[in-house]
Design a protein around this ligand. Structure first.
Ligand code: NDP
Ligand code: 2IT
Length: 444
């Protein structure tokens, strides 16, 4: 059996009931096959792949907190410190009722390669909890965040592990967590990114994932003879990534006609009103029905459906496995040119393969959404030098990073005989740097 197949079987055997983790590992290992086969003897001897798929450390803990009725609630929480070969562990914290160890491991594994692709010195990690911030009062969210950080603070630090936001963790949650860290440790350091501007945050971090997604998408289109300007775009999600993807797409001259949340979606043929969307989602924390109620051109539909709308570019920006094979078929039938993943692993493997086989340009999340973590690394740099850069400075660095990422994957795909396969290109380019660093550092 090939080394790749052996290691995949081992992952399934040793990590039962973690389908998202298996899926993420399978996608990476499949596209590394040619690279692994060329170096099989050395990689096998060093158990390089076994080390790569096994987290360096996994923390599981309980988070007790008191709700507004005086009732004690208990949540499960996780921090997976996956790989520190190229820098301190870096990756977000997801707060969503669906969170379990397998989901955090899939996200942490993806993060290793994504962070490598940014070209910046950050290792891979991820964390979170099955706590649901939705419908909770600010006091309840603070109580959870403080209890969560009381335990997590033992294991993180500006030079060891630097968490950030993800689904359900935005500016409010990061603020409460930062305050508790500082109170417990007595140090004012860049232990979290995505911080508020008044206490060490970076300009453009809020916008970075969505903006970066568009910078990479525009470059991918350009290199394939298309222009983002004038294109019709469908977006799923209506959170941090979706909102700023929408804003940058419009700034680049495209028209975004959909957004969604976990209960429904909006079709707005005149183009999404970003100011209204921000008011509904960032200020009121309300449902998309409020967006539709305030805008006469918008239709609201229950359930899912954005991929059925005719578009040139599709940007899944909500969650994993939200773009399925039937959605891929609908996109192809409607003449979609490009899909770029704002979310982590939003497209199933079957759907990805169908899109690629039908000539749709496909940018995988670990490249396309890397602008968020890249700008987090820029926030770390600013914290280290105790300076703040201007919006323009951060944004232009972000733009360069995204354009470079695209060319790195394009070149890696060409070098290994898979021209245009940006999934393979991203996995190979991300892997090679980590593998080299792991090899150089010996058996640790
Ligand atoms: P937010 O919490 O800000 O928004 C998430 C959005 O996705 C909401 O509209 C939410 O709807 C929807 N959503 C979440 N879970 C589900 C679900 N199970 N089914 C349907 N819809 C769902 O998160 P972000 O925008 O930060 O994250 C979105 C994606 O982007 C995630 O995959 C995340 O890992 C990824 N990402 C985020 C980065 C960042 O910097 N924030 C960086 C790189 C990737 P509802 O409100 O109804 O739950
Ligand atoms: O998935 C991701 O890259 C993030 N949620 C951002 C991580 C970070 O450290 O900024």
């Amino acid at each position: 059996m090939s080394y790749v197949d052996e290691v995949f079987d081992l992952v399934v055997e040793k990590n039962p009931a973690q389908p998202e983790f298996h899926q993420a590992v399978k996608e990476v290992l499949e596209s590394l096959r040619v690279v692994i086969e060329a170096n099989e003897e050395a990689y096998r001897r060093d158990a390089l792949l076994e080390r790569l798929v096994t987290p360096e450390r996994q923390l599981l803990f309980r988070v007790p907190w008191v709700d507004d009725q005086g009732q004690v609630q208990v949540n499960n929480a996780f921090r997976v410190q996956f790989n520190s070969a190229i820098g301190p562990y870096k990756g977000g914290l997801r707060l969503h009722p669906s969170v379990n160890l397998g989901i955090i491991k899939f996200l942490g594994f993806e993060q290793i390669f994504k962070n490598s692709l940014t070209g910046l010195p950050i290792g891979g990690g991820k964390g979170g909890s099955d706590f649901d911030p939705k419908g909770k009062s600010d006091r309840e969210v603070m109580a959870f965040c403080q209890s969560f950080m009381t335990e997590l603070s033992k294991y993180i630090g500006a030079d060891t592990d630097v968490p950030a936001g993800d689904i359900g963790t935005g500016a409010r949650e990061i603020g409460y967590m930062y305050g508790q860290y500082k109170r417990i440790k007595g140090v004012y350091e860049g232990v979290l990114t995505g911080k508020g501007l008044s206490y060490g945050g970076s300009l453009a971090r809020t916008e970075a994932t969505g903006y970066g997604l568009l910078y990479l998408t525009a470059e991918m289109l350009k290199c394939n003879g298309h222009d983002i300007s004038g294109k019709t775009v469908v977006i799923s999600g209506s959170g941090n990534v979706a909102i700023y993807a929408c804003q940058k797409a419009q700034q680049l001259g495209a028209k975004v006609v959909t957004v969604s949340d976990s209960t429904g979606w909006v079709y707005d043929p005149e183009g999404i009103d970003v100011a209204l969307l921000k008011e509904v989602k960032e200020v009121k924390r309300a449902r998309l029905t409020e967006y539709a109620a305030a805008r006469s051109s918008a239709e609201y539909h229950e359930g899912r459906g954005v991929w059925g709308i005719k578009c040139d570019v599709a940007l899944p920006c909500a969650t994993q496995n939200e773009l399925l094979i039937e959605d891929a078929k609908a996109l192809v039938a409607n003449g979609c040119l490009a899909v770029a993943e704002g979310a982590n692993m939003p497209t199933t493997m079957e759907a990805t393969e169908y899109l690629q086989a039908n000539g749709v340009l496909f940018a995988p999340g670990k490249a396309a959404n890397a602008g968020g973590v890249a700008t987090s690394a820029l926030e770390m740099s600013q914290n280290s030098e105790r300076l703040s850069w201007t919006f323009e400075e951060v944004d232009s660095k972000l733009q360069n990073i995204m354009v470079n990422i695209f060319h790195n994957l394009d070149n890696a795909a060409k070098k290994y005989g898979m021209e245009g396969n940006y999934v393979a290109g991203a996995n190979i380019a991300g892997f090679l740097k980590v593998a080299e660093a792991m090899t150089a550092q010996g058996i640790v």
